[in-house]
Design a protein around this ligand. Structure first.
Ligand SMILES: O=P(O)(O)OC[C@H]1O[C@](O)(CO)[C@@H](O)[C@@H]1O
Length: 358
């Protein structure tokens, strides 16, 4: 098994593979959508874990590109809590493995009701990819580690590419705009090695503080909210430290009352609209509790993890920093990451099922 850090380093390569093969990969989807494009008025996304977070990280861009309303929900929500179906919506079911039980049930339900649907998985030959209206390949291979690192980013890239294909065919973007967006994705992926180096150095400089933190709170806005949810998930799955991800504004309405010195607050700042509030929150955590860092643009002090986002997709860049942090924490704690992610869950519950029948 490759060390997990080497999977993290494969993120840009897998993203580029999706870009290079996009026309061929998305052809079945384009054919499936051909007669439906004019009536299409909504995109609904249904997934779990990193699959859910990947959509949360690019949903704003998907709306901008397609000019379609985007809804994101978990499979349980879709199946049992949200009961009004839009026959003119395209429902997209991302599941890296294609074996998430409840996502699969939700897909089967959409298919039974004759609702237009797409399964986005890494495996064209298994379960969900065979039970859907049409399948799109994530092209990220079967990651050796169940704590998805490559898959989260490939998930974002593939959803952006799907949105661009829909946008091109509905004339909400031009071929020239598509090229510009592709160049932005490439710029984001190109920034990964640099961010990795800076994150490693930052970790070493602050190792004692990071290791002694009993919990992490990760903050971000817009696409970085999705990256915050995913960052918290990676810290839990890989770094084995309880963590929570918050939308910047939402996480200032109350959660700050629970800040304490053992809680490490990580504020991701893209330097844009909410630059001042992001910096204010990081300063608050540092000055009042002695445990906070700003990640990204316009650092507060030398202890921060400073880098400049290189694209309009910060959610494609910042995850590198938190994935590297999670890996470093796991290394320092001597965590065996090769153990199955939920080795003890089987007698109690099952999130994924590798059988034909559900
Ligand atoms: O994308 P999938 O295969 O549906 O899995 C969803 C989630 O389940 C896990 O594999 C385990 O809970 C997560 O790592 C993943 O994000």
């Amino acid at each position: 098994m490759l060390p997990l850090i080497q999977w993290i380093e494969r993120v840009p390569e897998k993203g580029r593979l999706l870009i290079a093969t996009r026309k061929e990969n998305l052809r079945p989807l384009a054919e499936y959508l051909a007669d439906r494009l004019d009536d299409l008025n909504e995109l609904v996304y249904v997934g779990s874990g990193s699959s859910y977070n990947s959509v949360m990280s690019v949903k704003g861009w998907i709306e901008r590109i397609t000019k379609l309303k985007v809804s994101v929900m978990t499979p349980n929500e879709y199946l049992y809590d949200r009961t009004v179906r839009n026959p003119n919506a395209l429902t997209i079911f991302p599941s890296q493995s294609g074996t998430s039980v409840t996502t699969r049930k939700a897909l089967q339900s959409a298919q039974r009701q004759g609702l237009p649907n797409v399964a986005v998985t890494q495996n064209p030959n298994q379960y969900m990819s065979q039970e859907c209206g049409v399948h799109v390949d994530m092209m990220c291979a079967d990651e050796e580690y169940k704590m998805r690192t490559v898959g989260y980013v490939s998930g974002m890239v593939v959803q952006l590419l799907i949105a661009m294909e829909i946008g091109l065919r509905r004339h909400t973007i031009t071929a020239e705009e598509e090229q510009k967006l592709i160049a932005q994705i490439e710029a984001a992926l190109t920034n990964w090695p640099q961010i990795e180096t800076q994150a490693m150095t930052w970790y070493k400089r602050n190792e004692t503080q990071l290791l002694n933190s009993a919990m992490f709170a990760v903050y971000g806005i817009d696409g970085l909210w999705g990256a915050a949810l995913e960052g918290a998930l990676k810290l839990i799955e890989i770094g084995k430290v309880m963590s929570i991800g918050y939308e910047l504004e939402e996480g200032m309405h109350g959660p700050t009352l629970g800040f304490h010195p053992q809680l490490c607050v990580l504020v991701m700042n893209d330097g844009g609209r909410e630059n001042d509030r992001a910096r204010g929150l990081a300063r608050f955590a540092k000055c009042e509790f002695g445990n906070g860092f700003l990640i990204g643009a316009n650092p507060i002090d030398e202890s921060d993890l400073a880098f400049t986002p290189q694209s309009c997709f910060p959610a494609l860049e910042f995850p590198c920093a938190i994935q590297v942090l999670s890996w470093c924490l796991a290394q320092a704690k001597g965590v065996d990451l090769t153990l199955p992610i939920a080795q003890n869950e089987k007698p109690y519950f099952q999130t994924h099922q590798y059988t034909e029948k559900l």
